[in-house]
Design a protein around this ligand. Structure first.
Ligand code: SF4
Ligand code: SF4
Length: 439
């Protein structure tokens, strides 16, 4: 399809942001897709060039399939941002480029229906998510899944079959009712914090959310979890769905009593990076929203960074295991949080932390990248699994739901005797003196 003029969405990207790139190429060796494909168009510099060219109408690159191929093959892992000496905000550029594509392109009807279903009907609706995940839990628990797997039908279902096999064992849906609007500190209240349980996170890893609240309570935190909050919009931002993302951000900003809270905590790195950048998302909204978004961003913090910033209560229970730590891209590159998760793991008595080679390299999960770009995602995961195998650890700790599921898939494929856990689950086990392998 040919470019439509004037191009919608260009206001999302200031010229200043694009011009910050000096084309030095220092980011190229840190880019997983460039490393796999060796193509300039699959590098950060190439993608910036393409986006610039489309906006400037100076190239033969129309806003069409070729443009989409390169901007969607990017993992949005933001390793290039960490490497860039000129401070280029690559995440903002690639996300705006995708929004520009979506605003100026008519996708085929079946893709429009699917995107509408996922981005507007499912993710923002707790009721619809609850229904879907209750049905999937029944599918797993009643033995239907075992029968389906034995028939081999999943292998014939292509991507859908692969997605099914990636889904971990789901928790009892009733567990979600244990997340209440207010969960008080153990003992004296030292901090008042909001908590964002997330949408998918709360469906698949509600145990980790409950562990997070227990850890916060243990550290003297009154925890507030307003039910008015909704999906953070990370998957929307990553996939060019800006208008819905803005609506979700507005709802979340208004859900919390910002003046009353010391911090708003999240345990999902991907969501956290988007939530911390609501000020960018709100840049063209009313001044009232912009002010609220600024305040929201100053309070938004990853759980590991929050615990590292307070009078942290060291856990006492021994966990005599070997753990390695894989860094979620949206924590290490998106939020520049490196030391705090390691500090928490090192605080656990008996736990031996083995450093992982290339811990900052993407695992290939990248939101829904493993669904939309399965082959590249698998290639990138293989590189990660090689280094994970070399650690000989018993536990792989990582703080993002997508990374947990992706690495679990790698562990299953390679038949490794390893479990994948969120660092907070380990901390919670130590506080409660529980063996993580038993529970
Ligand atoms: S994004 Fe940064 S590191 Fe990469 S080419 Fe541009 S200026 Fe250089
Ligand atoms: S975000 Fe990741 S995949 Fe995309 S260009 Fe940057 S380093 Fe490469």
């Amino acid at each position: 399809m040919q470019q439509v003029l004037p191009i919608a969405g260009v206001e999302l990207l200031s010229r200043e942001k694009l011009d910050a790139c000096t084309h030095c190429g220092l980011c190229l060796p840190t880019c997983p897709t460039y490393s796999e494909l060796g193509l300039e168009t699959d590098s950060p510099r190439g993608r910036i060039y393409l986006t610039n060219a489309v906006i400037e109408e100076e190239s033969s690159v129309p806003i069409g399939k070729e443009f989409a191929k390169y901007i969607y093959r990017c993992l949005d892992c933001r390793a290039c941002e960490t490497a860039c000496p000129s401070g280029v905000h690559f995440g903002e550029i690639i996300e705006a480029a995708r929004a520009i594509y979506e605003m100026n392109t008519d996708r085929p009807w079946y893709q429009q229906i699917l995107r509408d279903l996922v981005f507007r009907k499912l993710l923002p609706s707790k009721e619809n998510l609850n229904l879907l995940f209750t049905l999937m839990w029944l599918y797993q628990k009643t033995g239907v899944r075992t029968i389906v797997q034995k028939t081999g039908i999943l292998q014939l279902m292509g991507r859908l079959g692969e997605m099914e096999s990636m889904l971990p064992s789901l928790p009892n849906p009733l567990l979600k009712s244990e997340i209440r609007e207010f969960m008080p500190a153990k003992g004296e209240t030292k901090h008042r914090v909001g908590f964002i349980p997330g949408c998918i996170m709360n469906q698949i890893f509600v145990d980790t959310n409950l562990a997070t609240v227990r850890v916060l309570n243990e550290n003297g935190c009154d925890v507030f979890i307003p039910s008015r909050q909704t999906c953070c919009g990370a998957l929307h931002v990553h996939n060019g769905e800006y208008e819905t993302a803005i609506e979700l951000a507005k709802q979340n900003i208004q859900a919390f009593d910002l003046e009353e809270l010391d911090a708003i905590v999240i345990n999902s790195a991907g969501c956290g990076a988007t939530l911390k950048e609501y000020d960018v998302l709100m840049q063209h909204q009313s001044s009232d929203y912009r002010k609220k978004a600024d305040l929201f961003c100053t309070k938004m913090v990853d759980i590991s960074k929050f615990l590292g910033s307070i009078d942290f209560v060291p856990p006492q229970g021994d966990i005599n295991r070997r753990v390695t730590y894989d860094e979620p891209c949206h924590l290490v590159h998106g939020q520049q949080v490196r030391n705090e998760p390691r500090f928490l793991l090192r605080s656990i008595p008996g736990l031996e932390l083995i450093e992982l080679e290339e811990s900052e390299w993407c695992c290939g999960s990248a939101g829904i990248y493993n669904i939309t770009q399965p082959e590249m995602s698998k290639q990138i995961l293989e590189r990660k699994m090689k280094y994970i195998t070399d650690t000989d650890a018993e536990i792989i700790a990582t703080g993002n739901p997508g990374c947990i599921m992706q690495i679990q898939a790698g562990v299953r494929k390679h038949k490794l005797p390893m479990v994948v856990m969120h660092p907070i689950d380990l901390l919670d086990c130590s506080y409660r003196n529980i063996d993580p392998f038993v529970n």
